[in-house]
Design a protein around this ligand. Structure first.
Ligand code: ADP
Ligand code: PRP
Ligand code: MG
Length: 213
């Protein structure tokens, strides 16, 4: 049995075409079912649904053989015990710093001000500002980061940006692009040895079906 960990929403939706290329069809809709283990058209393959931030943990400890996870989640979690054979080029976005449109970020940085930064990416944010030599007080949030500068909770946020619609809708502007993000296939290193052939076939099928851009 091969177990693939996915999160509901964009990762699940955007992985479906890659699974199809591997001859794997998920036979139940996760938005309609409460089941956390979904069967597929292949009796030897199942999908487990976990929170996006839990995918690396499941694969690392062998709760799943493979998983699809954002580079943001992977870097924040650490990739010990994980083999990363493919950039899937799905769920594309970027990790950025954003502030209120009326906040002079460049000036604050030049002045050596201490910035309050709200984010769910404490590790990535700490590393980015340390490399820049900017002192920060990090505030851990679990979502709706865009609200923090609007309520006075923080001067800036570190969050994902794709179309920029969420920033615009909240009168925020992007002031730094930290890195480009896309989803990665991760494989448990022990599973790769024990189930080499079936895993290799799935990796190869995904590789041949990747989006072009
Ligand atoms: P969560 O519930 O953790 O927010 P998501 O399904 O929104 O889960 O995000 C899963 C992954 O998809 C993220 O780790 C990131 O890599 C990517 N992602 C998040 N937001 C966007 C977006 N707006 N556009 C494209 N990719 C995104
Ligand atoms: C993500 C991210 C931003 C938004 C950026 O939120 O946390 O808020 O997308 O995308 P945009 O630039 O295209 O507007 P998501 O849609 O995943 O909502 P949630 O994580 O809060 O459920
Ligand atoms: Mg999200």
């Amino acid at each position: 049995m091969i177990t693939l960990a996915l999160s509901k929403g964009r990762i699940f939706e955007e992985t479906l075409p890659l699974l199809a290329a591997a001859g794997i069809e998920v036979t139940e809709d996760p938005e309609k079912s409460r089941k956390l283990i979904l069967p597929t058209s292949r009796p030897d393959v199942r999908v487990v649904l976990v929170r996006a931030s839990d995918v690396p943990t499941y694969v690392q400890y062998g709760g799943a053989d493979l998983g699809v996870t954002g580079l943001d989640v992977l870097l924040e979690h650490g990739s010990e015990g994980l083999y990363q054979p493919l950039d899937l080029r799905i769920a594309q976005c970027r990790l950025s710093v954003a502030v209120r449109a009326d906040y002079d970020y460049a000036h604050a940085v030049r002045q050596g001000a201490r910035l309050a930064v709200a984010t769910k990416y404490l590790g990535l944010a700490r590393e980015f500002f340390a490399r820049k030599g900017v002192h920060v007080d990090l505030i851990k949030l679990y979502g709706s980061m865009e609200l923090a500068p609007l309520t006075g909770l923080a001067d800036a946020i570190v969050d994902l940006v794709s179309t920029g619609n969420t920033l615009r809708a909240n009168h925020l502007v992007e002031v730094e692009r930290i890195m480009d993000i896309s989803a990665r296939l991760v494989v448990n290193q022990a599973a790769l040895k024990l189930k080499r052939e079936p895993i290799r076939r799935i990796v190869d099928a995904f590789a041949s079906a990747l989006p072009q851009n």
